[in-house]
Design a binder for this molecule. Structure first.
Ligand code: HEM
Length: 128
């Protein structure tokens, strides 16, 4: 099989796309009773910036995340948060609505969504 050399960062719409996605996501998080208390009160802007940098890097954009934060190690970085099925579902719901709120074409949405949902499943760290 040929290697997929598509630059998805560009295909999705570059920085403007990821800024829009992440700002929609955090607007949902800000009013979500399960998620809101998990995020830093005084640094929602910082949290949004970290997620945006990470996603841009993951999809082939600038590597600012790595430069500022080092290796992502998402399992480790989420270990301090109580992520049970309910928290996972809340995150997935906020992100699903954010993805659906963008103007990406369906095929691109599906590609992005498969990744995000899989990553969320992988970060569940509590059985209750
Ligand atoms: C499964 C549900 C999830 C919950 C409840 C959750 C919750 C959180 C919380 C509370 C933070 C701290 C906010 C901050 O100050 O940066 C955080 C950070 C972060 N999350 Fe999640 N998260 C989830 C899934 C994901 C997924 C699926 C991704 C990636 C696709 C992700 C990527 C990140 C990144 C990149 C950071 C910042 C890490 C750092 O550099 O410190 N999270 N998450």
């Amino acid at each position: 099989m040929e290697r997929d050399t598509t630059n998805y960062y560009e295909l999705f719409g570059g920085e403007a796309f990821f800024a829009d996605l992440v700002s929609q996501f955090y607007a949902h998080v800000a009013v979500n009773p399960i998620l809101r208390p998990m995020y830093p009160d005084s640094d929602m802007k910082g949290a949004a910036r970290r997620l945006q940098m990470f996603l841009e890097q993951y999809w082939g954009g600038p590597t600012t995340y790595q430069e500022e934060r080092g290796h992502p190690r998402l399992r480790m970085r989420h270990a301090g948060f109580h992520i049970n099925q309910e928290a996972r579902d809340a995150w997935v719901d906020c992100m699903k609505r954010a993805v659906d709120g963008t103007t990406l074409e369906q095929e691109a949405k599906d590609k992005l969504w498969r990744y995000l949902e899989g990553a969320a499943n992988h970060l569940v760290n509590q059985m209750d």
